[in-house]
Design a protein around this ligand. Structure first.
Ligand SMILES: Cc1cc2nc3c(=O)[nH]c(=O)nc-3n(C[C@H](O)[C@H](O)[C@H](O)COP(=O)(O)OP(=O)(O)OC[C@H]3O[C@@H](n4cnc5c(N)ncnc54)[C@H](O)[C@@H]3O)c2cc1C
Length: 307
């Protein structure tokens, strides 16, 4: 099938884009970014906007800025660019860990990180990353802009707090404290498919390499990314090799209790719940190992500095 008729707009700069969106947004206007989700929806006539506002010619939106506080990703930064950004990986490695699991390389060459956030698919990796890190999305409209925290941004399946006439201009992914580690594990039926279940984890340790914070965000098991703080189940336990280690099974049980999976053609709710528990253990263990390596490296660097 082909899309139903629409009027095409190709603004050249941000002011023009916001002017066009102010005019046509409330009248069924849609932003076109990478088109990797929107074009299939148009072709299948699951969406039929009267106006398409193609922002791909708007200068200055393809930025990836990594600073001590986090990584700000512009609206036209493609998945592949963010995935390969070494400065971004140094500040927030979870971005690259998640992006490697998004679709196929061809789709990552075109799809945008911010587009994925606005699209808000509950099976998508990037909304879970933003939610886990407590990041935010910056939305511009003619005459102003606002920042929306991840906890408020994802409002339902394929629903985000983006009003007609607004353009999401960037998203901010905060850095984690020292001695932190992250990991993302998922299971999909075929390589590159959306995950049947997936878990992003972030673990922070103290100077004795004991867990001070542990959180996960789960995909495909609820209407929005499900963030679960499991510090109560594993906090205080040492991560260093040789000891019994944190009780990751107790943490996984807490995660299984909190999620809201449903049956669908791909898997039963029970299977998704079981899978999420298994993936939570893997992701938490991986994140803790990364945090411990970070802590050991920091201690070694400090020791060398004193010599
Ligand atoms: C075969 C296939 C497999 C895929 N697998 C995965 C996967 O495993 N995981 C995953 O996360 N994604 C997957 N995707 C989706 C892909 O990541 C998309 O690129 C992404 O979801 C949307 O980004 P986009 O830039 O292509 O947005 P578009 O398709 O251009 O837009 C998507 C929606 O967001 C809106 N939008 C986009 N940008 C903005 C903006 N700046 N401001 C306001 N509104 C905006 C659009 O109006 C539209 O409603 C897959 C896609 C395909 C085709």
């Amino acid at each position: 099938m082909k899309p139903s008729p629409f009027e095409y707009h190709a603004p050249a700069d941000l002011d023009e884009a916001l002017d066009v969106l102010a005019r046509v947004g409330p009248d069924g206007g849609k932003v076109l970014a990478g088109g990797q989700s929107l074009i299939p929806l148009l072709n299948m006539r699951l969406a039929a906007p009267a106006h398409l506002v193609d922002v791909n010619r708007v200068a200055g939106l393809d930025t990836v800025e990594a600073g001590p506080g986090g990584v700000r990703v512009g609206a036209l930064a493609r998945h592949a660019v963010v995935e390969r950004s070494l400065p971004a990986a140094a500040v927030q490695p979870l971005l690259g860990q998640a992006l490697r699991l998004v679709a196929h390389p061809v789709i990552r060459n075109r799809g945008t990180v911010v587009g994925s956030l606005v699209h808000a698919d509950p099976s998508a990796e990037l909304p879970a990353v933003l939610a886990l890190l407590g990041g935010s999305v910056r939305l511009a409209h003619r005459g102003g802009e606002r920042d929306v925290a991840a906890a408020e941004f994802f409002t339902g399946p394929m629903e985000s707090d983006t009003a007609p006439g607004e353009l999401a201009v960037s998203a901010f992914f905060p850095a984690l404290p020292p001695r932190s580690g992250t990991a993302f594990h998922e299971v999909a039926r075929r390589h590159g498919d959306y995950a049947m279940a997936g878990v992003a984890a972030a673990v922070t340790l103290d100077e004795d390499l004991r867990v001070t914070a542990a959180r996960v965000a789960c995909v495909s098991v609820g209407p929005v990314p499900m963030v679960v703080d499991v510090t109560a189940a594993c906090g205080g336990s040492p991560v260093a090799a040789g000891g019994p280690g944190p009780d990751w099974d107790a943490a996984a049980a807490a995660v299984r209790d909190r999620i809201e999976p449903e049956d669908d053609i791909h898997a039963t709710a029970d299977y998704r719940r079981h899978l999420t528990g298994v993936l939570a253990v893997r992701a938490l263990r991986g994140a803790a190992d990364g945090a411990a390596a970070d802590g050991v490296a920091a201690a070694r660097a400090a020791g060398e500095g004193e010599r």
